[in-house]
Design a protein around this ligand. Structure first.
Ligand code: AMP
Length: 547
C-alpha cells in the first residue's frame, strides 16, 4: 500500500518560489564588481530568475543543456542558480582560478552552450573563447553601458539587456527530481578533472540538511555571508538553504580581503559566515592590529581544509564567535560532517570541549560513513584506529559526468556501495570524525602513521607562523620522516631550533618533524588547498639533516 501524500518532485525552482511567497521582502545585499553595494529582495531575485529562464528559452536551449558561469558571489550569479536550474538546464560553475587550459578543457568536456561571466574575468574569456566551440553565447554580468567595446568575444551581450527584453512571467516546469541541476569539476591533482553532476533531488535534500541546527543552523533570524565561492560546490549549498530558510544574504563580490569582508559584516549585521581557513586568516589578520571586534557575528562555519586549532581558539576566545568545523568534498555536495557538541559534552570543561571542536565532526543524517583497513574491513570507532574513509548517501556521487574515471564506488562484504573519499581519519565512540590526512599525503615512519594535519596545526599555533605544510621525506631507516615547510608572518621571526622546541610536549617525540624549511609561500590550488605534490617537487633537492 502506498502512502496517500501529495506527490511533488523536489525541484530547485520550489526554493525560490517559496522564498518569494513567504520571505519576499528579505534583503539580498551584494558588493558588486562595479564597486558599489547593490540591495534588493528575494522577490526581486525571483522575478529576475524568471527572466533568465525566459532568456534561455529564447536562445533555444534544450532541457539539460549546460550554462557556465565564471563569476563571484553576487545577486546576478544567484539569479542564474535559479533561472538556469529551475528551467531544467544545468548550471556549470567554473572556478576562475583554474588555468585557462583547464577552463577550456572543462568547458569543452561539459559542452557548455552559454558562458555568463563577471567583467573581472574578461581576460580569461578572451584567452579561451576560440578554444570553446560549443559556447555559442557570451553574457557579461553587467549593464549595457559597461559592456567593453572591441572585446573580441563573439556574440557578447550584457546580462541586463539580455534579461530586460524578457517577460517576468514564467511557469517553472515540473520534471523528474533526479534530473541534473548543476555541475562542478573537482580539482584533482592527477588525471583529467572529473565533474560531480548534482540533481534537483540531491541539492534540495542537501539544502534541508544544511539548514539543520546541528549542521549550519541557518534561520530567518540570520544575516549570512557566504565567503565560500559560488563557483566551488555551490558555496556549500548556502544559496539554496538561504532561500529555504529566508535568511538575509550578503554577497562579498570580488572583495575577499579582510578589511572589505569585515566592513560588510558590520554594515549588514552579519550573524553567520562561511569560508575556508585561508580567508579567515586574512580576516583575523585585519582585526588584530586594528583592534576591531565583531558586533553581530555569532557563528562561522570553516571547512575545505583542516581548521587550525589556533583559529578556532582565536574566534572563540578573542571574539566570542563559535566555529563550526566542517568536512566535505565536491563529490558530496559538499557537506559530510559538522562539529557540534552533544548534550552530554556540554558538561565537559573548556579544554575538553575544545579538543572535540578541533575534530571535523559528526555525520549529518543523509550521510553514512565508515573507516576501513587496506583489506576493506571496517575499523573500530575508538578515536585511535586510522583508516580510509568511505561514505554513502543521496547527495554523494554515484559516478562522474560522462563516466569519467570509471566506477568510483566500491562494494563492501554486504554488497553495499560506498564512495572512497581519499581521506584518512579516525572516528571516536561518539561518532566524531577526525581527518588526519589525504591518503596520498600520509606519512609512514617506522611503520607508524604520522598525521601531517596535526604537525601543521602545532606549527600554526606559533605566533610567528603564517602557514605550515608537512610532507614526508624518504629516510633510509624509517622509510619516511616528516619535515614542515613554514611561511613566517610578516615582520616576525623564529628559528628552526625554536620551532622544533615548540613541538615538545605537544606531540609524541617520534612525531616531531626532523626539520623546518622556511619558504616564501606554500603552493595553493584553485580552491585554496595546499598543493603538496608541487611542494614536494620544489623540495626535491632537499636532504634531511643527518644527525
Ligand atoms: P574539494 O572537493 O575540493 O572540496 O576537496 C575536498 C577535500 O578537502 C576533502 O576530501 C578533504 O581532503 C579536504 N577537506 C575538506 N574539509 C576539510 C576539513 N575540515 N579538514 C580537513 N580536510 C578537509
Amino acid at each position: 500500500m502506498l502512502g496517500l501524500m501529495q506527490e511533488q518532485p523536489l525541484l530547485i525552482s520550489s526554493l525560490i518560489e517559496f522564498a518569494e511567497r513567504h520571505n519576499g521582502e528579505v534583503e539580498i545585499v551584494s558588493r558588486r564588481v562595479e564597486g558599489d553595494i547593490h540591495r534588493y529582495t528575494y522577490r526581486d531575485a525571483a522575478v529576475r530568475a524568471r527572466q533568465v529562464a525566459n532568456a534561455l528559452d529564447a536562445l533555444g536551449l534544450a532541457f539539460s543543456d549546460r550554462v557556465a558561469t565564471l563569476a563571484w558571489n553576487g545577486y546576478r550569479h544567484f539569479e542564474l542558480y535559479y533561472g538556469v536550474s529551475g528551467s531544467g538546464r544545468v548550471l556549470h560553475t567554473i572556478n576562475p582560478r583554474l588555468h585557462p587550459d583547464q577552463i577550456a578543457w572543462i568547458a569543452n568536456h561539459a559542452e557548455d552552450q552559454v558562458l555568463c561571466f563577471d567583467l573581472s574575468f574578461l581576460p580569461l574569456v578572451q584567452a579561451v573563447h576560440s578554444r570553446c566551440p560549443t559556447i555559442k553565447h557570451y553574457i557579461a554580468l553587467c549593464a549595457p553601458d559597461k559592456l567593453p567595446a572591441d572585446s573580441g568575444v563573439p556574440n557578447l551581450t550584457s546580462y541586463e539587456s539580455w534579461i530586460a527584453a524578457q517577460s517576468t512571467q514564467y511557469q517553472w516546469p515540473t520534471f523528474d527530481e533526479n534530473s541534473a541541476s548543476s555541475m562542478c569539476y573537482t580539482s584533482g591533482t592527477t588525471g583529467n578533472p572529473k565533474a560531480a553532476l548534482y540533481s534537483h533531488r540531491s541539492s534540495t535534500l542537501h539544502a534541508y540538511a544544511a539548514a539543520l541546527p546541528d549542521v549550519m543552523c541557518l534561520s530567518a533570524r540570520d544575516s549570512v555571508l557566504p565567503v565560500v565561492p559560488m563557483f566551488h560546490v555551490n558555496a556549500w549549498g548556502i544559496p539554496y538553504s538561504a532561500a529555504l530558510t529566508g535568511c538575509k544574504l550578503v554577497f562579498p563580490g570580488p572583495a575577499m580581503d579582510g578589511k572589505s569582508i569585515y566592513e560588510l559584516m558590520e554594515t549588514e549585521r552579519v550573524t553567520y559566515a562561511a569560508g575556508v581557513p585561508t580567508v579567515w586568516q586574512m580576516l583575523l589578520g585585519h582585526l588584530k592590529p586594528n583592534n576591531l571586534k565583531f558586533s553581530t557575528l555569532k557563528r562561522t562555519v570553516i571547512g575545505g581544509s583542516a581548521c587550525p586549532p589556533a583559529m578556532i581558539a582565536a574566534f572563540q576566545n578573542d571574539y566570542g564567535v563559535e566555529v563550526l568545523h566542517a568536512w566535505g568534498m565536491t563529490e558530496m555536495s559538499p557537506l559530510g560532517t559538522l562539529c557540534t557538541l552533544k548534550n552530554r559534552q556540554l558538561a565537559l570543561n573548556a579544554d575538553e570541549q575544545m579538543k572535540i571542536r578541533l575534530k571535523q565532526g559528526r555525520a549529518i543524517y543523509g550521510v553514512d560513513m565508515k573507516i576501513v583497513d587496506d583489506a576493506g574491513r571496517e575499523l573500530p570507532w575508538d578515536g585511535k584506529a586510522y583508516g580510509d574513509l568511505l561514505v554513502k548517501g543521496p547527495w554523494i556521487v554515484r559516478e562522474y559526468f560522462k563516466g569519467e574515471g570509471g566506477n568510483p564506488l566500491i562494494k563492501d562484504e554486504h554488497g553495499v556501495q560506498w564512495f572512497p573519499t581519499g581521506d584518512v581519519g579516525t572516528i571516536d565512540a561518539d561518532g566524531f570524525l577526525q581527518i588526519t590526512d589525504r591518503s596520498k599525503d600520509v606519512i609512514k615512519s617506522g611503520g607508524e602513521w604520522i598525521s601531517s594535519i596535526e604537525i601543521e596545526n602545532i606549527a600554526m599555533a606559533h605566533p610567528a607562523v603564517a602557514m605550515a605544510a608537512c610532507v614526508g621525506m624518504a629516510h633510509p631507516k624509517w622509510d619516511e620522516r616528516p619535515i614542515v615547510a613554514v611561511v613566517k608572518r610578516v615582520g616576525m621571526d623564529v628559528s628552526v631550533a625554536e620551532l622544533l622546541k615548540f613541538y615538545e610536549g605537544k606531540t609524541a617525540k617520534w612525531q616531531i618533524p626532523d626539520d623546518v624549511v622556511f619558504v616564501d609561500a606554500i603552493p595553493l590550488g584553485a580552491t585554496g588547498k595546499m598543493l603538496k605534490t608541487r611542494l614536494r617537487e620544489q623540495l626535491k633537492d632537499y636532504k634531511l639533516p643527518t644527525t
